[in-house]
Structure formats: C-alpha cells, structure tokens
Write a protein that binds this ligand. Structure first.
Ligand code: PEP
Ligand code: MN
Length: 342
C-alpha cells in the first residue's frame, strides 16, 4: 500500500503517519519525490486498513499497490531513480552511460591498456571480473584480491568508475572496499542471502537477470535489495536461455522496455552476454539504446583471441571506438525526435 501525502504535508505529519504504520505492525518507508512524499507500507500479508490513515493530517490518498514488487515499482515511485557517483557520473533519467572492459581481469597490462582505450572512447565505467563464477571448476576463476588491486590501479590511472562482480557473501566486504558498483551475476540473481547482504551495503548494485528468470522474478530480486535498505539498484538485461542455440542467449529487448515501464530503477543492456558473438554486439548495443536503456555494459579486450574468458564476444578496441561514435550519433537523432515531439 502507498500513502500519498499532499505537497504541503509537514515533517511532523509525515512522522505521525510513519508511527501509525509501525504501531499496526507493518514497515513504513518514506519516499521523498519531486512533487510530494509517499510512504510505502510493506510487511503486510493481507490488506492494510486504509481508513486508519485517510483521516490523518497531510494525507492526500491511500493507494493499493497491485504489483507484488512494491519499492521498485513505478506505482510507488513514478519518477526515475538516478544514481549519482562522487565524480558526477549519473546513471538513470535522461543519461546513457557505457561500462566497458574485459570479462575478467587477467593481468596488469591487460586491464590498464583496456581501461585507457575505453576511457578515451568515452566510457565512464571500467568492467572486469576479479571473482569469476565459471560453469566449469577447471576454468579460470579470476585473480580475486589481486584483480581488485589492479582494478583500483586502473581507476586511479584513468578516473573511470569500477564495476565488478561479487560472487558470494564471504568476499563481499573486500569487493565492496574496491568497487564503485557491485555486480550481482545472472547465476546469483536469486541468491537471497547475497541480495540481502548487498542490500545492507552503501554501494550501488547492478543486478543481472537470471538465465531463466522472468521479468517479475528479476523485479522481486531487486525488491530484496531495496527492502534490505539499499535503494541504489540498477537492473541488467543480459539475455535468457531459450530453445535457440545459434546465439549464446536470447537478448530480450522487450524486457528493456518492460522494465522501463514497470520500475523506476535504471536499466542497463548487456549485448555481449546477450548474443555471445562479437559481430552481433554493436547491433544489440544500438538496440538497447533505442529501446530505452540507461546504459550498456560491453566486453572489450585488447586481444580477444587470447582472452581467458568470453573472447568470442569481446570487441577489439577499434570496434568499440566505432560503436561509441554510432551510439553518439543515435543519441543525437533521438534528441532531435524528442524535440520535434514537444
Ligand atoms: C559477466 O558479466 O562477465 C558475467 C559473468 O555475466 P552474467 O552473470 O550475466 O553471466
Ligand atoms: Mn563475461
């Protein structure tokens, strides 16, 4: 349920409503918006008695939230969440940010060189796994703590923000010390202990869609993180498993649109895992932008043939540079269309 306050409601009136919610045994969360404050009521199994709130001062209306995800839904918060970083980069709203780098951090030379080229091409985040969740226990598992050190060095050298995967609750404190964004991978989308744990950390999280997860399950997983106290969550469409075998996954462009429609959280497209083939990455990156994504995460490697993971889907630097120019041109065209529509 959502209690919508009038724009004139005072802090005291809001506090009285919060107290009333808690005295009835529910949880209350104030959501300050541009126009008015709303109070989300969660923790209820059945209906909350709306009449206990309607008569309180400063309350405009009491709305039933029909979606099972509450805190992440647009019903509860109509305006986009924008995640702002210390260097001024913003993810969400009207912006489009590019996260780029290798699948895994492999060596000092590899990560520093990739960081330099993606920065020069206009990316704002460096991606790179230090802890890699691999299908095979015999495959390269990542440089772990040494990889985090190398990412920090690359951030220092370029000013890029760092996004890296957190694989489990054990490594979370260390990863959170180094990362600007904690990536929760597809294989962990429904690892509820990990979701609650990143929900208690004061760092933005990018939650990737599970391989066989519905859009609703992705939103419910995000709800775990926000409910645990961390509202800085972005969602990532990275392709799902279907009957198709020609591509690594089936990239669900419709999910980008549906997520924009259903949630206020920023939405990121991952064309690399979405198709698994480098030659398809630019097309899906462009599709992500046009479908409404707030950004993309792309695998780039100085020498894809030598990559220790995901080489076949990694772009060479010059192809990434070309893609960045294409995205800029498309953004210009989209701005023109917006202006015409107004
Ligand atoms: C990755 O980003 O390299 C990765 C492992 O992605 P996913 O969790 O989507 O498979
Ligand atoms: Mn990868």
């Amino acid at each position: 349920m959502l209690i919508v306050m009038t724009p004139e409601a005072t802090a005291e009136e809001i506090a009285i409503v919060l107290d009333r919610v808690e005295s009835l045994g529910f949880q209350a969360r104030a959501l300050p918006g541009a126009q008015r404050t709303a109070i989300a009521v969660t923790g209820n199994e059945g209906p909350v008695p709306a009449d206990r709130f309607e008569s309180l001062g400063g309350v405009r209306e009491v709305v039933r939230v029909s979606a099972p995800y509450k805190l992440v839904s647009r019903e509860v918060k109509p305006e986009d969440t924008v995640i702002t970083f210390a260097n001024g980069v913003r993810v969400g709203g009207d912006g489009f940010e590019v996260m780029a780098g290798p699948c895994a951090v492999e060596s000092r030379e590899q990560i520093l060189e990739t960081a330099r080229v993606v920065k020069a091409a206009g990316a704002s985040f460096l991606r790179g796994g230090a802890y890699k969740p691999r299908t095979s226990p015999y495959a390269f598992q990542g440089l772990k703590a040494d990889g985090l050190e190398l990412l920090a060095e690359a951030r220092e050298a370029t000013g890029l923000l760092v996004i890296t995967e957190v694989k489990d609750t054990e490594s979370l404190p260390l990863v959170a010390e180094y990362a600007d964004v904690l990536q929760v991978g597809a294989r962990n989308m429904q690892n509820f202990s990990l979701l609650e744990a990143v929900g208690r950390v004061d760092k933005p999280v990018m939650l990737k869609r599970g391989m066989s997860a519905t859009i609703k399950e992705l939103l419910m997983a995000a709800e775990y993180i926000v409910n645990a106290g961390n509202a800085q969550v972005m969602l990532c469409e990275r392709g799902i498993r279907t009957f198709e075998t020609m591509t690594r996954n089936t990239f669900d462009v419709a999910a980008i649109h549906m997520l924009r429609h259903l949630t206020h959280l920023p939405v990121i497209g991952d064309p690399s895992h979405g198709i698994g083939l480098w030659h398809g990455v630019p097309a899906l990156a462009r599709a992500s932008l046009v479908a409404g994504a707030h950004g993309i995460i792309v695998e780039v490697h100085p020498s894809p043939a030598d990559a220790m993971s995901d080489g076949p889907q990694s772009l060479k630097p010059y192809r990434f540079e070309r893609l960045m120019r294409e995205l800029e041109a498309i953004r210009g065209a989209m701005r023109g269309l917006d202006a015409e529509a107004r």
